[in-house]
Design a protein around this ligand. Structure first.
Ligand SMILES: Nc1ncnc2c1ncn2[C@@H]1O[C@H](COP(=O)(O)OP(=O)(O)OP(=O)(O)O)[C@@H](O)[C@H]1O
Length: 600
């Protein structure tokens, strides 16, 4: 019950509905118990003595009871529905908000399909149990209590004899719950895996098809499907054993009643009406008792769902505001960034070397910093620390002299804009994609940003222009077009710190040059970080940092680096093989050439 106690915050404010649901069902059940009593009166007081005067009255009383019972059943259904749906609504919102809060590191290992199944199937499981299952479980308890009290009042010896079977039923039901719970937990996670493989397959369908890996994918899916089937078969095996056993035990009480009750009626120590009433009551008690398995099953499923939801809701948030966090003064912020002896290691890569080691950098307000280095050198990691995608492991990063860990996250991120290597577009209009970070932007501002990003031209050529709805993740646009929309989105925000993480890699040289030119204007007054593999994208930077396996290998401006032996000069030599004269005019200051080169 710990799980439900921990979920209390999501349903306890609706305790009125919970009470209504349980109370409605309890009263309806109690009223149902009156029918056997009516039968007893009919047999003992009317049929046996041959007095038919009261039959109509008895029938009318039965109708009256039906009406009142229906009203309480309505109360149960209405309250249970409200309770379950409101709980599911709150849980969905809470999980979704939690997903927004969770840091980048969570998403480094999270699986989309698994998260989707938590937000759908698991919430549904909880909704069903809290809304209805719980009331039904309690109803079974009420039935046993009411039913046996009434049976006791009619004939306590017979009631006691039949009651003997109840603890055995309870014991079997609890054993069943213990056996089935781990299998249900496995089924839930198996559903998650299935969803993950379907979702990944759809997302990666182009890769799958181009590599003709459909058979592999089918096989991979069938492994998960097989596991899912295996657990379900296991569950049905447990059920197959459980239900006949429960039915046998439950109906054993009926056999006792027939034997002892029949004998007592013949002996005249029990009336016929009382035997019929006792039999009716026992039937009412026994029926839900052997559905106890279903109810426990429902409870167990929702417990497994609750565990998975709580696991998500209780996920620690690695990057968050603390009590000392302060908002930035929007107007005063200049964009002066400093890395002070920063070391950074990904939390999920404890056994790997640090992604950044002893990283120092001073980026004065308005400066342009270029980052160059081989793949995996730590460039993206360095810039991701700037907007606290992750927190540094050692050292500090300051913005205008303030440690960024003491700046409110939202305030920090509102002054930064990043264009990622892979441009993600939402499946909405181009206009809305560009204005994503500035919902209040005017059309003129949107067009201006698109113009600077060299996107206005191709957007206007589309039949619906800025109102064109782009497909999921920007399907239907070329890589370069997506990048340009992503650049426009970042520029529209007019950030103090602009980060271009390989943001022009999908563009042809000519378009890139155009954007570079446009950026020269845009970058004025902003601190800009440019990660690129092309020297042409970086050569105008105030400082270029060459990274090699997380360490600064070289730093300086283009001219200085060209005169140094090392990665930069080597990369230049490869990329500008047609312009050897520039190298010749920048002779190496001292030492031999380093023959390592930057891939790109
Ligand atoms: N989210 C992550 N979780 C764990 N390790 C990561 C993550 N992102 C990068 N790394 C690792 O950190 C190191 C630096 O990666 P990073 O992405 O910063 O390199 P990069 O210089 O930007 O490379 P590229 O030019 O290929 O984008 C690599 O060893 C990489 O495998």
């Amino acid at each position: 019950m710990d799980i439900f106690r921990n979920l209390k915050a999501y349903f306890w404010q609706d305790k009125g509905f919970m009470f209504g649901s349980v109370f409605g069902l309890a009263v309806a059940t109690a009223l149902g118990m009156v029918y056997p009593l009516l039968l007893r009166t009919l047999i003992d007081d009317m049929i046996v003595p041959g007095k038919f005067d009261g039959v109509l009255g008895l029938a009318l009383l039965a109708v009256g009871i039906i009406v009142v019972k229906a009203a309480f059943q309505f109360l149960h259904g209405f309250s249970g529905g409200r309770l379950g749906n409101r709980l599911a609504y709150r849980l969905r919102n809470a999980c979704y908000s939690k997903l927004q809060e969770l840091s980048f590191s969570f998403y480094d290992t999270a699986r989309t399909g698994d998260l989707m199944s938590r937000l759908t199937a698991d919430i549904e499981g909880i909704r069903n149990f809290i809304g209805f299952g719980l009331a039904q479980l309690m109803n079974t308890v009420f039935l046993v209590i009411f039913g046996f009290s009434m049976m006791f009042a009619i004939d306590w010896q017979l009631a006691l004899m039949t009651f003997v079977m109840i603890p055995i039923l309870g014991f079997v039901a609890i054993r069943f719950e213990q056996q089935i719970h781990p299998v249900f937990r496995a089924i839930r996670s198996s559903v998650g895996k299935l969803t993950v493989s379907v979702q990944e397959n759809i997302m990666g369908v182009r890769t799958v098809k181009s590599f003709a890996r459909e058979p592999f994918e089918v096989k991979k899916f069938s492994v998960n499907n097989d596991e899912y089937k295996r657990y379900n078969v296991e569950i049905s095996g447990v059920w197959a054993r459980f239900f006949p056993l429960m039915e046998f035990i439950a109906n054993f009480s009926v056999a006792i009643l027939i034997l002892v009750g029949g004998w007592r009626v013949i002996e005249a120590s029990l009336t016929l009406g009382e035997l019929v009433a006792l039999n009716g009551m026992l039937g009412l008690i026994v029926a839900p008792l052997w559905t106890l398995g279903f109810q426990i099953n429902n409870y167990t499923q929702s417990k497994a769902s609750g565990e998975r939801l709580l696991e998500l809701l209780n996920q620690p948030i690695s990057v968050r505001d603390d009590s000392h966090s302060m908002p930035l003064d929007e107007n005063a912020v200049t964009g002066h960034l400093k890395f002070n002896d920063v070391r950074f290691r990904y939390a999920n890569r404890e056994d790997h070397p640090s992604a950044l080691v002893g990283f120092n950098l001073d980026a004065p307000a308005g400066s342009v910093i270029g980052l160059l280095g081989g793949t995996g050198a730590g460039k993206s990691s360095a810039v991701s620390l700037l907007f606290r995608a992750y927190d540094v492991t050692e050292g500090a990063i300051t913005l205008d002299g303030i440690d960024i860990r003491h700046i409110e996250l939202e305030s920090l991120r509102s002054r930064t804009a990043i264009v990622f290597q892979e441009s993600f577009l939402f499946s909405t209009t181009i206009q809305e994609n560009i204005s994503y970070g500035c919902p209040g932007a005017t059309m003129d501002e949107i067009v201006e940003a698109a113009r600077l990003a060299q996107a206005d031209g191709f957007i206007r050529e589309l039949p619906l222009g800025y109102d064109t709805v782009v497909g999921e993740r920007g399907m239907g646009l070329s890589g370069g077009q997506k990048q340009r929309i992503a650049i426009a989105r970042a520029l529209l925000r007019k950030p103090k710190v602009l980060i271009l993480d390989d943001a022009t890699s999908a563009l042809d040289m000519e378009t890139e040059q155009e954007i570079q030119k446009a950026l020269l204007t845009v970058m004025k007054g902003r601190t800009t970080f440019i990660i690129a593999h092309r020297i042409s994208s970086l050569r105008h930077a105030d400082e270029i940092v060459v990274l090699d396996r997380g360490r600064v290998a070289q730093r300086g401006n283009h001219e200085k680096l060209l005169r140094q032996p090392g990665l930069y000069r080597e990369t230049f030599r490869i990329q500008f093989a047609d312009r050897p004269e520039e190298l010749d005019s920048s002779p190496v200051a001292s030492g031999g050439e380093n023959d390592r080169r930057v891939t790109g």
